[in-house]
Ligand binder design. Sequence first.
Ligand code: KIV
Ligand code: ZN
Length: 510
Amino acid sequence: MERVIIFDTTLRDGEQSPGASMNAAEKLRLASQLEKLGVDVLEAGFPAASEGDFNAVSQIAQKMKRMRVAGLARTGKEDIDRAWGAIQRAKFPRIHTFIATSDIHMEYKLNMSREDVLKTTVDAVTYAKTLTEDVEFSAEDGSRSDRDFLCKVFEAAIAAGATTVNLPDTVGYAIPDEFAELIKYVRQHTPNIDQAILSVHCHNDLGLATANTLAAVTAGARQVEVTINGIGERAGNTSLEEVVMALHTRPDFIPFETGANPALIHPTSRLVTMITGMIVQPNKAIVGANAFAHEAGIHQDGMLKNPMTYEIMRPETVGLNRSELVLGKHSGRHALRDRLSTLGYDLADDELKTVFEAFKELADKKKNVVDDDLEAIVAEGVLRTTEVFRLEYLHIVSGTTVMPMASVRLSINDRIVTGAGYGNGPIDAAFNTIAKLTDTQSELLRFTVSALTGGTDALGEVTVRLQENGLVALGKGSDPDIINASAKAYINGLNRLEYLKVNPVNQQVI
Ligand code: KIV
Ligand code: ZN
């Protein structure tokens, strides 16, 4: 079977989802997981966007052993130099440069003529080619561009040295048949198209990103640009898991293979959720909580007789083999390491020590520690690296006859501060006090509480969405005590806002 190249842009376009910013350590961890998953090309970020992005891309570039590492750049020399600066130590570096080719973008956004854009494309690709062999060129808003102009730009980019040309459906406007037609047109009318890989990059504004991507593959595209859980700008990007599993499940109809290992899809999806705080909708294909749940009696009956009656994929195929009862307070470090590894977390010794201590503490309070609990502990203790603010202590006085009051001790850049405050309820009191101590003015846009497992001893998981000066960040926290979980989530959100203040997410630049 022919191979389709998986180009993952979770760390770049995915990070452009409002609130989904990640710090360098989180990006590095996710990059390693994506390499394990079998991604071919990783778009690690947009180095010109901020110092933080540059550093993250450069760390990822140095660490990846097998994947190509791409850095995004506009067509200016400074952007390209910045991208190259960040990826040059990668084993397989790629510069990905782009400019818009649709009339509407050229007129209103770029204020450039077609000739200007054509020349800029050639200059950018020619310059990038002096730095590295592997150059990708993207025609932003390609699906809404004049077809012949698009072909002309691709032809010029390939002649200047582009090894991949990418056709984005930037605004998620395309319809599958139409998009397949466009791919065929480009292949027929770009004379040197055989000298480059034709790639597609779809957005999901009409819910058609995966359908458009698959239609494009059928029509001749050989690289697909995707993100885990489909996160990305607005309604998101094509989701990696949907494309990989569609190709895996229907080789009779779309006979292409990828290098992705389906068994790592679920662990990777959960890692993205835990790092970004972006919860996957329950009915999301492949990775939603209900994707393999059978509720109707007739379905359950059929499933018992033969799973294939209602299941086109086995949950184990995508790495969904969660056991209900996992560990108890007598379980040792070895069992914990084993279970975490099955869940996709290969932790360093010091990380395992942190998780083991938290696990023992939880196992003392809760009889059965299940996978969800373990993941929450990993997220809390390892994945969400605390930066500026850390909760040291929280004491709440609340009840039917007292005004709720919180006493809080925080460490702010390792300096200890303590204070107390009131609120309408215990969580309000905790948040007010934390805001006062951290001298922050964020607005709470959303507050969600859920129980990770059944039972009154379940870990409560809280997600908050905070906004300050136009910046939006998500925060997550878990604890058997809902008020502690809320305070942790709030502080996690504040830390993310702090990170964003110095590392603006690339959406402000593109
Ligand atoms: O959607 C888009 O057009 C992009 C390009 C930068 C490839 O993300
Ligand atoms: Zn995009």
